[in-house]
Ligand binder design. Structure first.
Ligand SMILES: CO[C@H](O)c1c[n+]2c([nH]1)[C@H](O)[C@@H](O)[C@H](O)[C@H]2CO
Length: 464
């Protein structure tokens, strides 16, 4: 899809969301739990990668993070005080199976048992993500996501967790963002495990999607009724007034790698040509794989932050996150940006939701992540004023509402993130939370955006 520029999200008179719309917040295990060497947890690829000199800003690691492993009761109370209806968290595979296969660590599972029970007692629906990038290091040592066996180990792990929590957990997301895990982890090398091979990135992407399909099948056989996959999706736009053929080809390539590689596989059982060409050469896609990957899902999770802008640029070097992108530039655009340098373009969310509604009708959608990093600083009174984040969230909720008004079956919105946390290669320097975390003493300070979001939840919508 190509769009030049963007439409302005019109303010509709009413900004009420549908009855039953799910309002929540999201986190991930390695980013908040800490207790990295406690109660039998094994090392993940992020424990290893974070110790690689220069890999993570400031040499930060997830060893302590937000100490959520010990402070989960306080954090649930915080969620309840905001009126959250749902909480999206991930299960740490190496906490459950320290070596990624074989013996289960009962103390690891016990933590999630306590967490889920605590959420239910607080009236908060647990949304469980089974994989949010923390692959057990032992599996990486055996090839990681570049080897097919890891997909089968994941399905076994998914079954172990589901069998323990199935009676209480609601929505089961198999994989968070296979594109990031494969193309940043095995292609560009800027995420764990820090490998830099385009072929390995494609192998990893396929095996992550195979893992999704195998796990979805295992959970469905066990009676799961709300199975999901979360993808980082973005409109791919050419910021030129009159895109030429080369610009359109650049958009097509990047859209195929970033969006369609995963959407088409999960929802149609097919790959776009850019992926099939690589598959034919590598031979890693076997007959029947795409049918497994296209297991029916009950909703699609969308992580949206901003559009991706591309244009033809003869001589531009390949972006290793997008193999084959030599001659393609990823230009900055004249828009306000967040502390991550990401452009703020709420109508990109409307465009994305409308595209999914058009191309994949009948698939309920949930925004499983949307949020922004800004340089938040507590005032002397302990208040954290974050008007820029409120503006970002309001703009994107208006964009979501515009999609709903156009008939999109959007079921929920989960803000990223509940807490400031370990922002992967950026470490703790980038703060996405609606709650400020003072890492010196682990104090939690609800930001103004938390109070604002609580008002949105209470009203089930925005003020008109
Ligand atoms: C390009 O943004 C991605 O969609 C994306 C952004 N984010 C994510 N994926 C991850 O799912 C989170 O773990 C990150 O903390 C969060 C903020 O960076």
């Amino acid at each position: 899809m190509t769009t030049v520029g963007s439409t302005t999200t019109a303010r509709t008179a009413s900004q009420a969301f549908p009855a039953g719309f799910v309002w929540g917040a999201a986190t991930a295990a390695y980013q908040i739990e800490g207790a990295a060497h406690e109660d039998g947890r094994g090392p993940s690829i992020w424990d290893t990668f974070a110790r690689r000199p220069g890999a993570v800003a400031g040499g930060d690691t997830g060893d302590v993070a937000c100490d959520h492993y010990h402070r989960w009761r306080e954090d649930i109370a915080l969620m309840a005080s905001l009126g959250l209806g749902a909480y999206r968290f991930s299960v740490s595979w190496p906490r459950v199976q320290p070596d990624g296969s074989g013996p289960v660590n009962p103390r690891g599972l016990d933590f999630y048992d306590r967490l889920v029970d605590g959420l239910l007692e607080a009236g908060i629906t647990p949304y469980v993500t089974l994989y949010h990038w923390d692959l057990p290091q032992a599996l990486e040592d055996a090839g990681g996501w570049t080897v097919r066996d890891t997909a089968y180990r994941f399905a076994e792990y998914a079954g172990v967790v589901h069998d323990r929590l199935a009676d209480r957990a609601d929505t089961w997301t198999t994989i968070n963002e296979p594109w990031v895990a494969s193309f940043l982890g095995y292609g560009a090398g800027v995420h764990a495990p820090g490998r830099t091979s385009a072929d390995d990135a494609f192998r990893a992407a396929h095996h992550l999607m195979l893992a999704h399909g195998l796990a979805a099948r295992r959970l469905r056989e066990a009676g799961a009724e709300r199975i999901s996959l979360t993808l980082n999706l973005a409109p791919v736009l050419c910021p030129a007034d009159a895109p030429g053929e080369a610009d359109l080809a650049a958009v097509e390539l990047v859209d195929s790698l970033l969006n369609r590689q995963f959407l088409d596989a999960a929802l149609r059982g097919s790959y776009p040509d850019a992926v099939l060409e690589r598959a034919r050469r590598l031979g890693h896609v076997r007959d029947g794989d795409l049918a497994v990957i296209a297991q029916p899902i009950d909703s699609l999770g969308i992580n949206y932050y901003n559009p991706t802008y591309v244009r033809a640029a003869p001589g531009a070097p390949e972006n290793p996150a997008f193999p084959g992108s030599a001659g393609v530039a990823f230009p900055s655009v004249d828009l306000p940006t967040t502390a991550m340098g990401w452009p703020i373009a709420p109508d990109g969310l409307t465009e994305l939701l409308l595209r999914l509604h058009r191309d994949h009708p009948g698939v309920p959608l949930v925004v499983t992540e949307n949020g922004a990093a800004f340089d938040d600083v507590p005032g002397p009174d302990g208040r954290v004023a974050d008007p820029a984040r409120i503006g970002y969230l309001e703009g994107h909720l208006r964009a979501a509402h515009a999609a709903l008004a156009a008939g999109v079956d959007l079921r929920g919105y989960l803000v990223w993130s509940l807490l400031d946390n370990f922002e992967w290669a950026e470490g703790y320097g980038k703060r996405f939370g609606i709650v400020y975390v003072d890492y010196a003493d682990q104090r939690r300070l609800p930001k103004d955006s938390a109070r604002w979001y609580a008002g949105v939840i209470a009203r089930n919508g925005l003020e008109a």
